[in-house]
Design a protein around this ligand. Structure first.
Ligand SMILES: [Zn+2]
Length: 265
């Protein structure tokens, strides 16, 4: 991937005939004691650093043959006052929300699905034709009753299924029901849009055993994180995470018996 532009809110890159955008939806302040060690105790390094952790919230758009109009996760809309910036960020990136036709969800937590509606309640993507959703996450979407108008668009998928040309679902279990990443292969680069594999990049690459208090199944989430880091480091895969620090895209490399995150330059 060649990074063609970068600001605080937008990273745009090209890979062969394709483009990838990382778009900021804002940041979330979360209690530091949500980061947990393998015994499910708060992590002292996180708690000492301050009472709050600031998480980036990122969405990703794709462009090019077969993937024009694909957006991965929608951010949090009006769920919290510090997020819901996706519409402004898309304007900065010169992406018209009306061009988005397929929303692809990693899971159905609020900071990933509430962006279907803007903070003031408008439908952000008027030409949406499908919402690709992990089969096991459909129930969670139905629980979001204020999003009922979007239910007819749901297209449940399973692990390994193709979402669009060169884009396929990769089960990444542990964080939430059906939590799924999406692998995108351009021949020149491989990307993994991995949703909520990492919440605190400053500590979880160097300590992949640290989990997040909202991981449904912490041992499974931990095993998934280790496998993702291992495989992505081996293959040189670009990782793109909903809560990776801006620009939200980079590589994972081995370092001192663990890993490190190298943001795209
Ligand atoms: Zn999240």
């Amino acid at each position: 991937m060649i990074v063609t532009s970068r600001s605080d809110n937008v990273l745009s890159g090209t890979s062969g005939r394709w483009r990838v955008w990382s778009l900021s939806d804002g940041t979330l302040e979360m209690p530091a004691d949500l980061l947990r060690d393998p015994q499910n105790n708060p992590v002292p390094q996180a708690v000492q650093a301050g009472a709050q952790l600031r998480l980036s919230v990122n969405c990703f758009a794709l462009g090019g043959p077969g993937v024009d109009g694909v957006l991965i996760d929608s951010g949090g809309g009006g769920w919290a006052s510090t997020i819901g910036r996706l519409e402004q960020t898309m304007a900065e990136a010169r992406i018209d929300p009306a061009s988005i036709t397929i929303l692809v969800l990693t899971h159905t937590h609020q900071d990933h699905v509430h962006g279907l509606l803007t903070p003031d309640g408008r439908v952000l993507f008027p030409n949406l034709k499908a919402i690709v959703i992990p089969e096991a996450a459909v129930e969670g979407f139905f629980a979001e009753t204020h999003l009922a108008q979007f239910r007819p668009l749901l297209k449940p998928i399973r692990n390994g299924e193709q979402v669009a040309e060169r884009l396929s679902a990769v089960a990444l279990p542990g964080h939430a029901p059906g939590h799924t990443g999406y692998a995108f292969d351009t021949d020149e680069d491989r990307f993994l849009f991995f949703g909520d594999i990492v919440h605190v990049p400053a500590l979880q690459f160097s300590n992949p055993a640290f989990s997040w208090g909202y991981d449904d199944d912490q041992p499974t989430a931990r095993a998934t994180r280790l496998k993702v880091f291992h495989d992505a480091a081996e293959a040189g895969t670009w990782i793109a995470g909903a809560h990776l620090g801006r620009p939200g895209v980079g590589r994972v490399v081995r370092k001192a018996g663990a890993y490190a995150y190298e943001p795209a330059a």
